[in-house]
Design a protein around this ligand. Sequence first.
Ligand SMILES: [Fe+2]
Length: 241
Amino acid sequence: MSDQGSYYQRDRGWHPPAYTPDYKTSVLRAPRYPLLSLDNTISETTGPVFGHSMLGPLDNDLIRNYAKDGDAIGQRIVVYGRVLDENARPVPGALLEVWQANAGGRYRHKKETYLAAIDPNFGGCGRAITDSEGRYSFRTIKPGAYPWPNGVNDWRPAHIHFSVFGHAFAQRLITQMYFEGDPMIWQCPIVRTIPDKAAIEQLVAALDREAALPMDALAYKFDIVLRGRRSTLFENRPEGN
Ligand SMILES: [Fe+2]
């Protein structure tokens, strides 16, 4: 068994159940058989890692990193925070990858069908690596809400997808960040699969007026806690705390 299991009590009531019929695609995705636990092998925990030199100077600037003819359109924001472990110690050298819709709520993806316009200057993805204090930041535009085929009129709240890589490719956690004060958060069928209100609130970035860049960008603060009592809820780690 993995040693994580011996240190942290699993709390399956904290993570959304796999089968949540109000989120329609969960019906076919939900496993029909009991889950099996597989231990990591040496190659998964030690083998290939990303190189820190791979990041380009604009990788954490989504306003410019795909721009052809001026900045991306939308409300300019900075998203920043820290990656922390269960004892609130910073996690340096973690690779964060983010992806999001544009200001109109449209993804730049060939299978995207939403009628909102593509912004030719916005790609919608970026990367950052945490520094020695576990800090990261990136600049972007605030994504729009978008409708999705679930119920007759369901919308995703504005959100940014996050992937966090540790020191091996098998150490990957995925979550979504929402924006403080957005009433759409509490109406979203995906968010509503999370049974614990505190777990939802940990996914909501706080508007930080102190960190705003005057005459430029508002700032949102989003700390990511990898495990423990204050752990961020991750989509791909169903064991909870
Ligand atoms: Fe999304």
